[in-house]
Ligand binder design. Structure first.
Ligand code: AHR
Length: 666
């Protein structure tokens, strides 16, 4: 009973008392806000294939599957009674060394009608009548084939309504691999994405024949029309965040095993040269979204890159001994040369030029591994030393970033950049918005390279949803649960997005040493995912923006270029703010995170002669446990309103809100 009285008393008096703050802003900037402060971190986890990478066909080249097994045919099915089998080069010469598997399609001796193969895409295929799709595949027939008729590539609805098709004559003398390229525009847009792609022949004219296929592909229009490029809607949502930096390709997906490491050579150039690999997250990566695709995407969005190199440690625990490290250091040197080298002096740079990008790509840092605190003994003993020792001689202008804890272990050469990751509770993020205030100013800089509020249970961060793990970022948590006599949550929750916003005010205050930051993971295919929560959800046809995405966007679009010191928020409090200035527009930009349910009244004193009488507030606020999800994608979206500003003005921040105020002042 006592807890019920406490809850009631707190709700009544706590809200009535309110929260009042006075914030005096200093007009002289203490440090610049780096253009790289907010960015995106991408690795293929839930996912690039079937996600950001716009390829529509899953298992398009039978990469890394075991031939002659049913599993090798995932995403494929037979049409009209064809007999399908994935075969390797012992059965028929393969398309390339990198792609040893092909699809054998046997047409029964007595058949008629359409017969062939169908692909269900990545959990559906988005068919849009306003788009022109470009596709291709390779085929061949055995010597002596008498096959006749046409090969027809089609898109159809799940009920069999044909939406688009293109046909080519099949050649009975095509005994070597022959590429078919086609394009088509669907005649209508179906109501859902349960569509299939197929390649069929006429059964009557091909009865008893065998046809081999390899490397299928089907692309809708891509972002900036890049061939082999990015999915339009996802790329646009990422572009809308105006990111300054792009971290890739991992994350853990740098390599689960030594053999399965991300190797740039296997992720560049023609798709026929890309073998794919089993990534860290339980599925085969096509590596179609490879090194150059990442660099081009960064360029298209105006991002500079933080590019990781594989550094001799695999997530399964394998570590390359020092006497075998040279080949991997060379691999890393070649990867860096591909990005920034001189085509006249380096083969990888010449390859870049031959692929259409003679100029070097901008790069903010090269990250040596990922989360090497898991193998910090060998990192300190020789891996960091040998990689950075060698590479910094070859690339004196490149900054190398360490992935262990700071000075734990001590690294030689001294690490001047660190990537620090933080997955925790909403409470942790609010309570640790002063994390970087305590870091020494000794020339070292930091990248908050992965962070997210992922659970409300600090003792079981990576548990299941019933244990507090978030499926989607939610805006905040249950205030009164801390008063319950039994523990549902460990303490008062300041859930998800608002906690992250509080933390981000600390990133801005410390942007003299925090040069970049990125939420992680970035994307979640809701039909097939390996991790929750993620910043942006999607399925075959729709993108779902989380409240954390809106927080990222609100901060990024209003990061300004200088930090203005102001009255410091209470570290143990629940309302956090930071103040920056966009010099070009003379805007003072104030960000507020109110991490509890009580509205807060903040009075700001601006030290300027002229302050416009009206400001603009962008506000994200919502009910305690609400969030955006596929079933309610727009529950909480930012709203923009005007408020009364002036040299001194009072602004009321709603409970559980993230607010960005813009006032012109000079
Ligand atoms: O973001 C998901 C994973 O979390 C990353 O792959 C890894 O770096 C971290 O442990």
């Amino acid at each position: 009973m006592l807890w019920l009285i406490l809850v009631t008393a707190t709700l009544v008096f706590g809200r009535a008392l309110g929260q009042n703050y006075t914030v005096t802003i200093n007009g002289s900037a203490s440090h610049p806000i780096p253009s790289t402060l907010y960015g995106w971190m991408w690795e293929d986890i839930n996912s690039g294939d079937g996600g950001l990478y716009a390829e529509l066909l899953q298992n398009r080249a039978f990469q890394q599957v075991t031939p002659q097994t049913p599993g090798a045919l995932y995403a494929w099915s037979a049409v009209g009674g064809a007999s399908l089998s994935v075969v390797d080069s012992t059965v028929t010469p393969s398309l390339s060394t990198a792609l040893p598997n092909s699809l054998r399609v046997q047409i029964p001796p007595k058949t008629s009608g359409n017969i062939g193969i169908a692909n269900s895409g990545y959990f559906g295929i988005n068919v849009n009548a306003s788009w022109t799709y470009k596709g291709s595949f390779y085929y061949k027939v055995p010597v002596g084939s008498t096959v006749k008729g046409s090969l027809t590539a089609s898109l159809a609805s799940s009920s069999g309504v044909k939406l688009a098709s293109a046909s080519v004559t099949i050649r009975s003398n095509a005994t070597g691999w022959t590429q078919v390229q086609f394009s088509f525009k669907p005649k209508s847009t179906p109501s859902d994405t349960n569509n299939v792609f197929s390649v069929t022949v006429d059964g009557a004219s091909t009865a008893g024949q065998t046809i081999y296929f390899a490397l299928f592909s089907l692309f809708p229009p891509t972002y900036k029309n890049r061939p082999n490029g990015m999915r339009l809607d996802l790329a646009r949502v990422l572009a809308d965040g105006q990111p300054g930096v792009f971290r890739f390709p991992g994350g853990s997906n740098l390599g689960q095993s030594i053999a399965g490491r991300w190797n740039w050579r296997n992720a560049v150039g023609p798709l026929t040269n890309r073998p794919g690999r089993l990534g860290n997250w339980g599925y085969i990566n096509t590596d179609g979204l490879g090194l150059k695709e990442c660099l081009d995407f960064a360029e298209d969005l105006g991002m500079t890159s933080i590019m990781a190199i594989w550094d001799g440690y695999a997530a399964d625990g394998e570590t390359v001994p020092e006497n075998q490290l040279a080949q991997y250091i060379q691999e890393a040197a070649d990867q860096i040369n591909f990005v920034i080298g001189d085509p006249a002096k380096s083969e990888p740079a010449a390859l870049r030029a031959s692929l259409g990008h003679p100029k070097p790509y901008p790069i903010a840092a090269v990250e040596v591994g990922n989360e090497d605190f898991f193998a910090s003994d060998t990192y300190a003993a020789y891996r960091w030393r040998d990689f950075v020792g060698n590479l910094s001689v070859q690339f004196p202008n490149v900054q190398f970033m360490a992935t262990t804890w700071i000075d734990n272990p001590v690294l030689n050469p001294k690490a001047m950049l660190y990537d620090l990751h933080q997955y925790s509770t909403p409470t942790w993020f609010a309570q640790n918005s002063f994390q970087y205030d305590y870091y020494p100013r000794d020339g070292r800089k930091y990248f908050a390279g992965e962070y997210a509020a992922i659970s409300t249970d600090p003792n079981n961060l990576f548990g299941s949803p019933s244990q507090g793990r978030m499926l989607w970022p939610t805006i905040e948590g249950g205030f009164f649960t801390s008063f319950l006599p039994f523990r549902i949550e460990s303490q008062v929750r300041f859930i998800g997005s608002v906690g992250e916003a509080a933390y981000m005010t600390g990133l801005e205050r410390n942007a003299d040493i925090v040069f970049a930051a990125a939420y992680a993971p970035l994307l979640q295919n809701i039909a097939n995912y390996q991790w929750t929560p993620n910043l942006i959800g999607f399925d075959a046809g729709t993108v779902y923006k989380s409240t954390s995405y809106y927080v990222q966007k609100m901060f990024s679009l209003n990061k300004g270029d200088e930090y203005l010191p102001s009255t410091i928020p209470s570290q143990s409090g629940t309302v956090f703010w930071s103040v920056t200035r966009r010099t070009a527009t003379k805007e003072v930009l104030i960000k507020i995170a109110n991490t509890n349910g009580t509205p807060a009244s903040l009075t700001f004193n601006l030290p300027y002669a002229t302050v416009h009488a009206t400001g603009t507030a962008t506000v994200l606020t919502g009910a305690q446990t609400a969030g955006n999800s596929p079933s309610a994608p727009d529950s909480i979206v930012p709203t923009t309103t005007k408020f009364n500003a002036g040299k001194t003005f009072t602004y009321n921040a709603a409970g559980w809100s993230v607010d960005v105020l813009s006032v012109v002042a000079y």
